[in-house]
Write a protein that binds this ligand. Sequence first.
Ligand code: ARG
Length: 729
Amino acid sequence: MFKRILVLAMAILFAAPSLVKADEGMWLPMFVKRLNEVDMQAAGLQLTAEELYSINHSSLKDAIVSFGGFCTGEIISGEGLILTNHHCGYGAIQDHSTVENDYLTDGFWAMDRTEELGNPDLFVDFLLRMEDMTDRVLAVVNDEMTEDERAQAIDAEIKVIKAEVTEGNDYIAKVKSFFEGNEYYMFVYERFNDIRLVGAPPSSVGKYGGDTDNWMWPRHTGDFSMFRVYAAPNGTPAAYAEENVPLTKELREQNDAFYHHLPVSLEGVANDDYTMVWGYPGSTDRFLTSWGVKQMLDIKAPTIVDIRALKLDVMKKHMNANSAVRIQYAAKYAQTANYWKYFIGQSKGLKRLNVFGKKQAIEAEYTAFANSSEENKAKYGEALTLIAEAYAAMDATEKGANYLSEVGIRGTDVVLFAFRAKRMIDQLIETEDADEKAGLIAQLEGFAAEHFKNYDAALDEEQFAKLFAKYEAEVDAAQHPSFFAHVNKKYKGDFAKFAAKMYAKSYFTDEARFAAFIAAPKAKKLAKDLAVIASGSVIQSYFGMGSANAEADAKLVKGNRLFVDGLRKMNPEKNYYPNANSTMRTTFGKVGDYVPADAVQYDYVTTLEGVIEKYVPGDHEFDLPQKFIDLYEAKDYGQYADKDGKLIVNFIHNTDITGGNSGSPVINAKGHLIGTAFDGNWEAMSGDIAFEPELQRTISCDIRYVLFIVDKYAGATHLVDEMDLIKGE
Ligand code: ARG
């Protein structure tokens, strides 16, 4: 009895200060009714949970799509029109750009449906439903299993579940772990893969402020682009085909599915207004322990920043010298720069906000809880020890692991290309079957066309030489890929010499040589190819790494699972939300300003005046098209102006988002679209590891700025016409 009272008292004591603030949390749609509806309505929401997420009728969630698996999009018309960010559509815009027709620089607008451009690699996923699979998945494990056996049993059960659910249909089922392996949920999707580019502003508008303004408020970026989802004439998913038609409610209903498009509000935002964001946040690490924070600060972040600075230098040099190369590497450069700056900001935030100390405080509470009874001790007592041991073991190889992935695997395009192409060529050499041969050759040709489209040999060679030289200098020899020895022996350790030979001679570094080789491939020549040697060796290190760390990995997985379970038992009153893992979530909060530093106050909106203030003619980040300046001078904002006649560009709100939420709809209390979320703010860059209620903000593009650009700048008024505009009182 006494013990129970003590535990209860401790729970109350420790629960209170760490209760989730209303704005923190990426909530699962299925639980909105149980966990969030009351709070959402108290915060101003005028809809019911059933109107947000339902499996029985159309609901708001039906308007939200995973955009290509890396961003979020939303349906904003009755004819499949999709809104997302410019930086989400960037790769597709790049794909359609040439030096002559440079849509990255000039923007692109389809003036009718026939001009909308297909994108073979793009898809959107509609979530049909989600289900709790925890009991079923955890029924196949027990405490006697090793972590390896446990993982295998779970994977096997997940396979069975997926097979059951997708039997006789074309759905995609995913079962994912939540709360570090304590819960499992299934998501059933329908994928559409005829997604056409409809419109994009010039990068000067869509990426205004470039890397200087990225991750920062105050912001003035028109970060949006538009696509359209097409279906076969009968409404089912289909690859690009001329006969395909825009997806509609009628077509969805013919196939027993739901369709919802968001009405578009011209009412704008005021301080304290309710907002919610729906989308596909990629990953957060909110349960990361102090050991993890330390590893991030001491090893991982500085290593990634250092490598990426070099990558960016080399890319920039070649991009500045040649317009074709500038287009080829635009998306790669932007992605590399985005997380280069992210890790700089994250480290600053982690230090300034003393996240290490905050994590230690949580761990101290946890330890007290774990020691509060024999039962707790038996169950939760070892978690932090396991975690500490795991990090102690992994710290020694963490830098090498980051080099392996940032330089080895993803440093230069040739490594993965050579590895994958070689596997197909091996088959080609092996087979006697003429049909199989023809098939493999066609596959290889397609693969090569895709690779070489965005490949510049001089850039790739310089990156290869510089990055691997850095790898050799920075990482312990014991962790070097085996081909470093070859470079040392045959090239006096000079990676530039090795690279010069490789890029001059390899079948994988030149499109014509590659084509000639696959027409008459020889195993002996393949084995001697320097790109094959280098890539094979990198991949071998990559697989070797996993088994070398298996023991520490197992400790970390088990430690984290117990730690998170214990934390939740320790605070039974608190609603925990799981880490982001590319599944659909919602977060709600309010529009609001913030205090980034002593004596500084940031307003919650920016205006077109601010865009013009930042304008630097000819600058690569702050230039603007003349037509844009003309529109500003005419001050003809029409129905897109705010109450006082100003044109609002971006606004901020305290919702909880992360990468992958890019393109997410910002929705008001009535369920109407008021913007698209595109960034987070500098002062809270540690937010993926610890949410900062006072500081953390979502940065969104006001929908009225989007419509102003579409209508007045681009003259694509037909797009505005197909939306349901809500004009307010
Ligand atoms: N930081 C934004 C995100 O991760 C991407 C912004 C893209 N803009 C840019 N200037 N690179 O969602």
